[in-house]
Design a protein around this ligand. Structure first.
Ligand SMILES: Cc1ncc(C[n+]2csc(CCOP(=O)(O)OP(=O)(O)O)c2C)c(N)n1
Ligand SMILES: [Mg+2]
Length: 340
């Protein structure tokens, strides 16, 4: 984290009540903007035929950065889902790491170039591998949280998924087990109102996923995912509860999916244009920038500097990953069959 150069006087602004320094806010904004820039570059590379597939975190970044900012990046765990590019950046993965995975190159920390894109993992940063069947990550998170509790390590686990995935039995089993054993886990649901083309009203008979937490004996809260500070505040309280042995919390962030489900989807087939336009007005990247300008933390010079840094990082990561070799063909059986 950058040295604290800013010494603004107290103004009664929301971030001050949360104990966030202006330099924290700038770092949070940088992570949101970097995630967006990497994601946008991924689409360009996919459309150019250089990489096979993209599934986007665009519209989810503010919620992820807000909640993750409340965790301890040296000891807590993340069991991510495919839209959590921004969460992985907060945990310490670099633009190069992410691009290595996209290009499936040697040295990709997620899988050594073996998994499809967006199946994030990084043992160096306690990011557990993302499984393709949705909702399995909640079970993995609960297993890690159970181990942390038994061992008394004081660690906690954050995991996340979309609202559609909460229809899976795995989700309910994980919620129940975590509630019974009061496990140190922060459950996120990133509710973007669609599961591919299926809208929420065809997926569940309640308005908010969060109400279901009551059935498992712990709190569920709804947060506006475009409000980064509100997400941070919810994350902080969930982390406090987990650390104090009070058990899990479910944080439902209402977010917007700003792209099609993936590069294999055409959302204009099922999503009205007005719906997408309304979503764009709830983009945390824009909303948070306005906040930072209002409280005098972000000015033209800082903004230009942040984007100069981001452009350089994304260009470097793209060139670096593209130039790396493919994994050695002789290692094709690694992690599948035992090696001599
Ligand atoms: C068990 C399982 N069923 C179906 C799929 C195919 N699938 C991948 S993503 C997805 C939609 C998930 O929607 P949601 O949980 O709302 O997450 P979002 O993509 O909207 O963030 C589906 C059905 C899968 N990967 N795993
Ligand atoms: Mg969804």
């Amino acid at each position: 984290m950058a040295a604290r150069e800013t010494h603004a006087r107290p103004t009664g602004a929301r971030h001050e009540a949360l104990g966030l320094h202006p330099d924290d806010l700038l770092e949070m904004y940088y992570h949101i903007a970097l995630a967006r820039a990497i994601d946008e570059r991924m689409w360009v590379l996919q459309r150019a035929g250089l990489v096979p597939f993209v599934i986007s975190g665009q519209g989810h970044e503010g919620a992820q950065v807000g909640v993750m900012w409340a965790t301890d990046r040296t000891r807590d765990w993340l069991v991510p889902y495919y839209r959590q590019l921004a969460a992985c950046l907060v945990r310490g993965m670099s633009a190069r790491d992410l691009m290595l995975g996209l290009f499936a190159r040697e040295g990709d920390p997620s899988s050594g170039g073996r998994q499809m894109p967006a199946h994030w993992a990084d043992p160096r940063h306690r990011i557990m591998t993302t499984s393709s069947p949705v909702a399995t990550q909640y079970l993995h998170a609960v297993g890690i949280a159970y181990a942390a509790k038994v061992r008394g390590t004081g660690e906690l686990v954050v995991t996340s998924m979309g609202e559609g995935s909460t229809s899976q039995g795995d989700w309910h089993e994980a919620m129940n087990f975590a509630g019974v054993h009061r496990l140190p886990v922060v459950f996120m649901v990133e509710n973007n109102r669609y599961a591919i083309s299926v809208p929420t009203r065809l997926q569940m008979a309640v308005e908010d996923v969060a109400v279901r937490a009551a059935g498992y004996g712990f709190p569920g809260v709804v947060v506006d995912g475009s409000d980064v500070l509100a997400c941070y505040e919810a994350g902080r309280e969930a982390v406090r509860r987990a650390r104090a042995g009070e058990g899990p919390t479910l944080i439902e962030c209402k977010v917007e999916r700003l792209t099609a489900h993936s590069s294999e989807d055409r959302q204009e087939k099922y999503r009205p244009t007005a719906d997408l336009e309304a979503a764009r007005s709830k983009d945390a990247l824009v909303v948070f920038k306005h906040y930072l300008e209002q409280v005098g933390v972000l000015d033209e010079a800082r903004y230009t500097e942040i984007y100069r840094r981001i452009r350089a990082e994304v260009n470097d990561a793209t060139d670096y990953a593209e130039a790396r070799p493919m994994p050695d063909a002789a290692t094709v059986g690694r992690h599948v069959y035992a090696e001599e």
